[in-house]
Design a protein around this ligand. Structure first.
Ligand code: GLN
Length: 205
């Protein structure tokens, strides 16, 4: 049976993630309310505006259930604003509502304004097959990781700044793979979610 992946669809670039996930063979479900979480085996936190998304998560009663799912080990792919939602530490916007489940310190809008958006090619550890292999990375008012905590692996850097990290089963990217044809990150999520779906949970043991 196809893996069921929930895509947070309150705001932002969720449709592009849905297309990529469908191409990877996943069954996609849009998350707008608590009841949409039923049966999902993986999660995408898309790009958009993290302040708006955080506020809506709180208002729609999704903040705590999503936090619990992340803490419970559900595989997550978070891009751009999604990375900000995961960050435990957000020094310049400490009060901004978010999940705060990944031990990283994040700086928002670290690469400048919308007009300064750019595309580059990055070597991403574990996702690139050879030293010459690169991932096309689109940066749009992107955040960067200023500090990665214990157990959080930095997978890619740009100008010495961390822009892709993996902590447990949470993969957080500063850039937008859903805006390219590169399906590696979505395929990773689908694979991880399939494994996670088969693993016995504490409550089922
Ligand atoms: N700048 C946005 C924020 O801080 C993120 C931009 C994006 O997701 N493309 O929330």
């Amino acid at each position: 049976m196809a893996v069921r992946i929930g895509v947070l669809a309150l705001q932002g670039a969720f449709a592009e993630h849905e297309r990529a996930l469908a191409q990877c063979g996943a069954q996609v479900c849009e998350i707008r309310a608590r009841r949409d979480l039923m049966g999902i085996q993986g999660l995408v936190l898309p790009g958009g505006e993290s302040t708006v998304m955080g506020t809506l998560l709180q208002e729609d009663g999704l903040l705590i259930p999503l936090r619990d799912l992340c803490r419970g080990g559900m595989p997550v792919l978070a891009t751009c604003a999604g990375m900000i939602l995961l960050a435990a530490d957000l020094p310049d916007f400490a009060l901004q509502p978010r999940l705060g489940v990944l031990d990283i310190s994040v700086r928002r809008n670290a690469f400048g304004r919308q007009q300064e958006s750019f595309t580059t090619f990055l070597q991403v550890r574990t996702f690139c097959a050879s030293a010459a292999d690169r991932v096309e990375a689109v940066f749009i008012r992107a955040p960067l990781v200023e500090r990665a905590g214990t157990g959080v692996e930095v997978l890619a850097c740009l100008d010495g700044h961390s822009v892709a990290v993996l902590g447990g089963s949470m993969l957080a990217l500063s850039f937008h793979p859903e805006l390219t044809e590169d399906l590696r990150f979505h395929a990773w999520l689908v694979r991880r979610a399939a494994v996670w779906a088969r693993a016995p949970r504490q409550s089922e043991k």
